[in-house]
Design a protein around this ligand. Structure first.
Ligand code: ZN
Length: 308
């Protein structure tokens, strides 16, 4: 049960219903009210800035250290699906001792020893991120659905991987204010979506205290025919990375297992790694390092920026 490549999927933030059915637990209601009030202030404070815009850039916090780092984020890691491309891409980072933020679809992660053990093999190089409970656009879920599924995802992360996630990588890059409340309630601190996220960028945070670190670019994307998988060149990725490091001190590149798979003549994805795509991405990582950039996780990038 694979998910199509989605890096270019629409990722507007403002969809989704806002319903609050009754909650039994009084303390939970109080906590929710406090968080909702904070979220309302966030909306008031940011106003039109919440509207998706690709033109907006927050200036780098003058007091923050320039991280000069690139965070590579992989989405769609899951059990029993395109194992060979998944393993081959995770091995790039393990063999190269490079940091990676690993986004797992938690309802479909935890039973396949091939995938789970490979993620565990990354040890402290790998940061764990929640890429949804199911692979759905969170902006289409109600507030209680978001809270319940993100809480379940976090509990499963702790039981399967032995540590909690600090990062939420929303499927389809879709989220709304209820998502921010839900991730806050589950102890997540960072969200990485697309540049439709016009909140202040980390190391600043929103009024809920969540840090926003949207992606700069993606390696693969869906072609204009809406079906074929295509790839950016090293030069295209580097130009997006350089622009964001200039603007905010860090950059995020999103990859998918689909970017490292072989496709047959009809464009069907096979459970077979593509050596050339792997080598191209390794060369990209090598060039970043030769330019003095650090490969980091989201958490380490934030630590670096807050050091001064
Ligand atoms: Zn995804």
């Amino acid at each position: 049960m694979g998910f199509g490549p989605t890096p270019q999927s629409n990722d507007l933030m403002s969809r989704g219903s806002e319903r609050y059915p009754s909650v039994q637990n009084f303390r939970k209601i109080l906590m929710m009210m406090a968080v909702v009030a904070a979220a309302a202030m966030l909306l008031l404070a940011t106003g039109p800035a919440m509207l998706p815009s690709h033109a907006q850039h927050s200036p780098v916090n003058a007091n923050a250290a320039n991280c000069n780092c690139v965070i590579i984020r992989v989405d769609d890691i899951q059990d029993y699906w395109k194992q060979k491309p998944q393993i081959a891409l995770l091995d790039i980072f393990i063999n190269d001792s490079a940091s990676l933020s690993v986004g797992m679809v938690m309802n479909h992660f935890g039973s396949d020893p091939v995938i789970v053990n490979k993620v565990k093999e990354g040890g402290s190089l790998f940061e764990y991120g929640i890429h949804g409970w199911d692979h759905v656009d969170y902006a289409t879920l109600s507030a209680p659905q978001q809270q319940e599924t993100i809480s379940k995802a976090q509990a499963k992360m702790e039981s399967v991987m032995g540590r909690s996630a600090k990062v939420f990588l929303p499927p389809y890059n879709g989220f709304d204010t209820n998502t921010l409340i839900a991730i806050k309630l589950s102890g997540l601190e960072i969200i990485s979506a697309s540049k439709a996220d016009a909140n202040p960028y980390a190391p600043a945070n929103d009024t809920l205290g969540i840090m926003h670190m949207p992606q700069s670019t993606t390696y693969g994307f869906t072609g204009s025919d809406g079906r074929s998988h295509q790839w950016r060149t090293i030069e295209e990725m580097k130009s997006a990375v350089d622009a964001d490091i200039d603007a905010r001190g860090w950059a995020v590149v999103t990859i998918h297992p689909q970017d490292f798979a072989t496709y047959d003549e009809n464009g069907k994805m096979l459970d077979l790694a593509d050596r050339e795509r792997l080598d191209t991405f390794k060369a990209f990582m090598q060039q970043l390092r030769e330019e003095g950039k650090t490969l980091a996780t989201f958490e380490r990038a934030v630590q670096t920026m807050n050091r001064e």
